[in-house]
Design a protein around this ligand. Structure first.
Ligand code: RFL
Length: 393
């Protein structure tokens, strides 16, 4: 059994890649370990950058986004009783976000792929990767209870942060650089009293809290907790009280009514040194992991897929591998740009661990408030931040 391009993982990266390749007439197959029901329930990201929405639209993959997504273009920072609003859509001349839950995008992309005649092979995990005598990748997959082998011209690992494709790289190409941040976030999906219209970041002496829009009256909330804290120490009432204390909703602001889902994000970031080994490529979270601070992970995953789709089409249809040869360098450059921004934003949102005394904590907050005010006033500093935040290049 053979396909031209084999894709491991039906997340946003794998599904965008497969859809675009199929539209170009390339024979592509996607293997995914979970069922459609599981993928369409898995709530994660929800903010799509302007350029990513534009790309999906240009590829004919934005019908659901255009029908059910909403636009969003400002964020605000609560600090020392002040609220500083950054209208990044205005500052960038129109580069706002689209609010559209990741699981709905994944559902749309699965449906589009099926419509294009090549449905994803769900509940079919990739078990291992090898090479044939010509150096072409060979996959071992479990399909319908049987183990099968497929050969391909190119294999792309879009199998997320714990994927196995990257593990087939030789040890020297498996190097990863990483940072563990000295805090974690409780992450909560909650029913809120009214739709969240913009992102709110709260800088507070007890720690950071955040609220991001999702569909309708569902919000994504974040609460800084000490690293490796036990989630059992955070019952719903404590989470709600702490969110209210840090976010300080004014009358008319969305209030948390009910917690729907609670988890912990261990805040770390990492980047793989190599995104390519021979005919095997990595894209999305399989290649790099960002903290959720700047809402970049999903966008970077789709941007990787867009770049790689274009490069594979050139290689397979025009016999020109030059774009594939530059893939790793282009994506690493972009990844580090996003990592730098996410790291900068985290530094702004969290007080340093050394600031233990109240006076030091207040000093840290006052510095941050001064900085935030600079981001809200028209000028080069504000425009730079807005462009980074909106992914406007
Ligand atoms: P995914 O979405 O993890 O998809 C990988 C897929 O591969 C499958 N898989 C396998 N399939 C077959 N065989 C195997 N051996 C396999 N191993 C794994 C998995 O089942 C899965 O379906 O990776 P992808 O496509 O690279 O997409 C990345 C994004 O999902 C991720 O970056 C974002 O969700 C990150 N993220 C956010 N990003 C944003 O841009 N904005 C946000 O607001 C935002 N919020 C978040 C987030 C991630 C969160 N998580 C994961 C904790 C909020 C949360 C809570």
């Amino acid at each position: 059994r053979r396909v031209e391009v084999a894709v491991a993982g039906a997340g946003p990266a794998g599904l965008v890649l497969a859809n675009v390749l199929r539209r170009a007439g390339i024979e592509v197959a996607v293997w995914e370990r979970f069922s459609a029901a599981h993928l369409e329930r898995r709530a994660r990201a929800g903010l799509l950058e302007h350029r990513i929405a534009g790309y999906l639209r240009a590829q004919g993959l934005a019908t659901g986004l255009d029908a059910r997504g909403s636009r969003h273009g400002w964020c605000e920072f609560a600090c020392l009783g002040r609220l500083v609003r950054v209208d990044y859509r205005a500052l960038t001349g129109g580069a706002g976000h689209w609010v559209y839950p990741q699981q709905e995008l994944v559902g749309d992309l699965l449906a589009e792929l099926a419509r294009a005649g090549g449905p994803a092979r769900l509940e079919s995990p990739v078990l291992g990767v090898g090479r044939d005598g010509t150096g072409r990748p060979v996959l071992r997959v479990a399909e319908g209870g049987a183990e099968r082998t497929y050969g391909c011209e190119y294999l792309v690992g879009c199998d997320g942060a714990h994927g196995i494709v990257a593990e087939c790289f030789p040890p020297q190409a498996r190097r990863v650089v990483r940072r563990r941040y000295p805090y974690d976030w409780l992450t909560v999906l909650a029913e809120v009293s009214r739709p969240v219209e913009g992102v709110r970041y709260a800088l507070h002496e007890s720690g950071f809290a955040g609220m991001m829009p999702r569909a309708g009256t569902v919000g994504r909330l974040y609460l800084q907790v000490p690293p490796e804290d036990d989630p059992a120490r955070w019952p719903a009432e404590r989470v709600q009280a702490e969110l209210a204390a840090r976010l300080r909703p004014a009358p008319g602001d969305p209030r948390v009514l009910r917690l729907l889902e609670t988890g912990v994000v261990r805040l770390h970031a990492r980047v793989r040194g190599r995104l390519r080994h021979g005919r095997v490529f990595l894209a999305g979270d399989a290649a790099h992991l960002l903290t959720p601070s700047g809402a970049k992970g999903l966008n970077l995953a789709v941007a990787d897929a867009a770049d790689l789709a274009d490069a594979l089409i050139r290689a397979l249809r025009r016999g020109d591998p030059s774009a594939l040869d530059g893939y790793e360098a282009r994506r690493l450059r972009e990844t580090w740009r996003m990592q730098e921004f996410s790291d900068r934003l985290l530094g702004l949102l969290h007080l340093p661990r050394e600031a233990a005394e109240p006076a030091e904590r207040e000093f840290g907050l006052r510095l941050r408030l001064a900085h935030l005010r600079g981001l809200a006033e028209p000028g080069p500093r504000a425009v730079d931040f807005a462009r980074d935040y909106a992914g406007a290049g």
